[in-house]
Design a protein around this ligand. Structure first.
Ligand code: 0A1
Ligand code: ZN
Length: 880
């Protein structure tokens, strides 16, 4: 327990800054045992917003050793200021003044990885959200935007490369083998976008000519051994730059764009102006070391960070309650990019799956919050799927409501109106409204209210009157505006022509033949001239992040799987069918009845394999049963073991029934083509490896050899890893052990590959994995200070090895809590993220929930709990 309870910060308390910083001049003298930071800030009172000229200046700083302070060249004495906790108050300043501060920091001891720290011998920074205060005293808030000039000084032999934001403007050779480079960023920015890197790095060069004909230098800096893993990120960067010009009319605005790969990083990557810093796992790839999934992640994250240059940097957030302004919009933009580069439907399926498993769970748990939260204790805890993914879904709904042209008009107006400003989500919505001459007042509820809306739909067909009615009912008392794409399908599978005879009163334009705007808590659509009873296809393209209930029969789902013209709903019908069958098996298990699987499911999957006409990527998605986490999300009370048993049984029965077809497919797809990271090949490998994974779940042991062969003979990590994973997640433990050992021998020198090796074991869905987790935690390849290793072992264990994490004796929970306690002092952000699996204890069957709660209480009782962990644990334990 901690002494003082951390305080909540409220959106309603927002006040504009009392002071502004026009110029920020920084000088970093980097040494092995300390770094000296000298800052000179050109400041003034914010007199436009505040009349009172007597307020003192209050700066924030954390874990800094203050050396001295000067105001307008005069050294302050201790009577002139107060340093208390994180706040530095300077009593008397005039309206315009220069403030100079010198302080020291210890990057080499910084394990929190916020501010300036060391990662494999190089210096790097992470300032979002509030890391800059660990570098120097400052107005560390996004609405204070400044022009930065940064001089970096270090030993030249150890740190030949010295980088910061903007352009290099000066360099000097100094005494004692040191050198200095000065960078100037002409764009004003908040300090969370500041970056510095110093290291012995190699560079991959590229260039891009912008739409106005300017040449931009592109540089990817990596440790020398990784220079052969930079091609794909460079290619993805160029495609992103072009796409943002084509799709949004956004051109890059500096003459240089740099990416640096670092091994120790709390998140995926960071959009610092002109100098993106990336977790090495999100930028480095070659065919031998990276899987297709890694390539796809790299493409998406490179794009995401690049797109932030406009949605985030040119137009930034006024305060951290507006985080989704930049994150929701940028995730939406990167999703559109991924959809354009690959398959639109597959991307939609993946995003819907994340919403339904992770975001809906967050929205139903103790950390539920609106996309625009109204309070937080620690902002780092709010980099969530709700802010990112639900935020993106909301932008997507605006797009659907405005149409393509209207959405582009809105985004153009937003960028033009607010360029160089720090703004709010409301201002984003206003730009959309103004550009389209429309009101989104009701729609804005999406930003302010937490939780997942549910919509129940009932249909009525009147054969005599030839009329068809759909009644919609929202679960909440105050209605959301919900865009619901829908269509009616005739019994022969064709689109059913019907005219709309009425909507709710005065809402005749609520349905345009495709998109229905549900605005009331109860609302009906009535169609006339409907020749036969149709099957409704509802929430096409997952047009809103809601739970929609309609009582489809299994036959109707089979029908939609075959005939729906909307690819997303064709897939979704298959998922719902499988889900229903799994529920039935769960019931059979509970009642002690023999297990039977509805033959219609088997026939449907057979149909998919034999004659679906689906492309490979879609077929791979369609073949997968709903995940255990997704099934769990549908349950009032979660019993992981019952879910897992039922799902495994269905999977095994399918595998046996389809074995011949699967083998045939596997052999057809197992062609020896030189590896290319391109969509068609990725789809082929994905489907082949889905077939392989199924075959290893069948009762015929001959298929083990297929995986062993694939493991031994391929030329790329995608196929190696898929083979390894299917062995690890099978009953063939001896073959799995041999392959794991061989794999480690081959790859022990490649940390990113070793992380995959750790993860594939930690995530095993076979019972009895806990002992192995303990072995991995004490393996030479594990390092608790490296977030990627922590995620690979501990995160993957708690997130994927569900039957072991939820071991009935509670040992999985205890293991996780032990590690959270350890990480609480080393790296609070990472510790806090690991609490999520325990935080939902109320959703689980009592015997498990009680044990999860016990571990939360144990964490809560620790001395020196970080704000990060305190917030999540205390909210998880708070009375409902
Ligand atoms: N803005 C980054 C994500 C990010 C957020 C916080 C961080 O601090 C540890 C780091 C990165 C993005 O959206 O990519
Ligand atoms: Zn982002």
């Amino acid at each position: 327990m901690r002494d003082a309870q951390p305080k909540n910060i409220y959106l309603k308390d927002y006040q504009s800054p009392l002071f502004l910083i026009d110029q920020t001049h920084l000088r970093f003298d980097l040494f092995e045992d300390y770094t000296q930071v000298d800052s000179r800030l050109v400041m003034r009172r914010n007199r436009q917003q505040h009349q009172n000229n007597n307020e003192p200046l209050v700066l924030v700083g954390q874990q800094l050793a203050l050396l001295d302070i000067k105001v307008d060249g005069e050294l302050l004495t201790s009577a002139d200021y107060l340093l208390e906790g994180d706040l530095l108050t300077i009593y008397k300043v005039s309206n315009n003044f220069e403030l100079e501060i010198s302080n020291r920091i210890e990057p080499q001891n910084n394990t929190a990885l916020e501010g300036l720290y060391k990662s494999s011998g190089m210096f790097c920074t992470q300032c979002e959200a509030e890391g800059f205060r660990r570098i120097t005293y400052y107005l560390d808030r996004p609405d204070v935007m400044s022009i930065f000039t940064t001089e970096v000084i270090a030993d030249k032999a150890r740190y030949p490369i010295l980088l910061s934001n903007g352009n290099a403007v000066a360099q000097a050779e100094l005494a004692a083998g040191r050198h200095s480079i000065t960078w100037h960023d002409p764009h004003k920015k908040p300090c969370y976008l500041f970056a510095l890197v110093a290291g012995d790095l190699m560079v991959k060069d590229g260039s891009f000519t912008t739409m106005s004909g300017r040449m931009v230098e592109l540089k990817i800096f990596v440790e020398p051994q990784n220079i052969d893993k930079t091609d794909y990120a460079m290619d993805a960067l160029k495609r992103s730059m072009k796409w943002d010009e084509d799709k949004y009319g956004r051109e890059y605005d500096l003459d240089i764009f740099m990416i640096v790969a670092v091994d120790d990083f709390n998140m995926g990557a960071m959009e610092n102006k002109g100098l993106n810093i990336f977790n090495s796992s999100c930028v480095l790839a070659n065919p031998q070391t990276a899987t297709d999934a890694a390539y796809q992640r790299i493409e998406a994250i490179v794009a995401h960070e690049y797109f932030h240059n406009w949605s985030g940097n040119r137009v930034t957030c006024r305060d951290w309650f507006q985080l989704s302004l930049k994150e929701g919009f940028t995730v939406y933009r990167d999703a559109q990019f991924t959809a354009d580069m690959n398959s639109k439907t597959v991307k939609r399926i993946e995003d819907a799956a994340i919403m339904r498993t992770v975001q809906f769970a967050e929205d139903a748990g103790p950390m539920a919050h609106p996309v625009q939260p109204d309070s937080f204790i620690e902002i780092s805890n709010f980099y969530t799927v709700t802010i990112y993914e639900k935020g993106a879904e909301i932008v997507g709904m605006i797009h659907k409501l405005m149409g393509d042209a209207g959405f582009r008009k809105g985004s153009d107006l937003y960028f033009e109106r607010h360029d160089g400003q720090a703004v709010t989500i409301d201002e984003f919505v206003s730009a959309m409204e103004d550009a389209n001459n429309t009101s989104l007042t009701q729609f804005k509820r999406w930003y302010k209210v937490a939780g997942t809306p549910r919509v129940d739909v009932v249909s009525h067909y009147d054969a005599e009157a030839k009329s068809y009615r759909l009644d919609f009912k929202q679960s909440t008392s105050e209605a959301f505006l919900i865009p619901i794409e829908l269509g009616l399908i005739a019994q022969d599978g064709s689109v059913l022509e019907a005219s709309l005879s009425s909507c709710a009163e005065n809402k005749a334009d609520c349905y345009d033949g495709q998109l229905f705007q549900l605005t009331e808590t109860e609302q009906s659509l009535i169609f006339s001239d409907v020749a036969e009873e149709p099957v409704p296809s509802l929430l096409r393209d997952f047009s809103a992040p809601i739970k929609l209930n309609y009582a489809y029969s299994r036959d109707q789902l089979l029908f939609l799987m075959q005939f729906d013209s909307d690819g997303f709903n064709r897939w979704d019908a298959g998922q719902n069918l499988a889900l229903d069958v799994i529920f039935e098996v769960m019931q059979q298990q509970k009642n002690g009845q023999p297990i039977t699987v509805d033959q219609r499911l088997i026939t449907a999957y057979q149909g998919l394999l034999q004659q679906s006409g689906l492309d490979y990527a879609m077929l791979a998605k369609a073949m997968l049963l709903p995940s255990v986490s997704y099934i769990a999300e549908t349950q009032a009370e979660i019993d992981i073991h019952a879910i897992n048993n039922a799902r495994s049984q269905v999977q095994a029965i399918l595998a046996d029934a389809l074995a011949e077809d699967l083998l045939c497919l596997y052999e057809k797809l197992n062609t020896q083509t030189a590896y290319l990271p391109e969509p068609a090949q990725m789809a082929q490998r994905g489907l082949k490896n889905t077939a392989l994974a199924y075959l290893l779940k069948s009762s015929d042991p001959q298929y083990c050899q297929l995986a062993v062969n694939q493991f031994g003979t391929n030329d790329n990590m995608t196929d190696s890893m898929a083979a390894l994973s299917s062995l690890v997640n099978s009953a063939y433990s001896t073959a799995a052990s041999i392959a794991l050992e061989e794999f480690y021998q081959q790859w022990s020198a490649e940390p990113l590959v070793v992380n995959q090796w750790l993860a594939v074991q930690a995530g095993s869905v076979e019972y009895g994995n806990l002992e192995n987790i303990n072995k991995l935690l004490s393996h030479e390849a594990f390092d608790i200070k490296n977030p990627n290793k922590v995620r690979s072992v501990i995160g993957t264990f708690a997130g994927q090895s569900l039957v072991n994490f939820h071991a009935v004796d509670g040992a999985g929970y205890q293991l996780l809590a032990d590690k959270i306690i350890l990480l609480n002092t080393l790296n609070p952000q990472i510790a806090s993220r690991l609490v999520a699996p325990l935080s939902k204890w109320r959703r689980y069957v009592a015997s498990q929930g009680v044990q999860m709660k016990k571990q939360l209480q144990r964490i809560m009782a620790q001395e020196d709990l970080s704000k990060d962990v305190y917030e999540v644990v205390s909210k998880s334990l708070a009375a409902e």
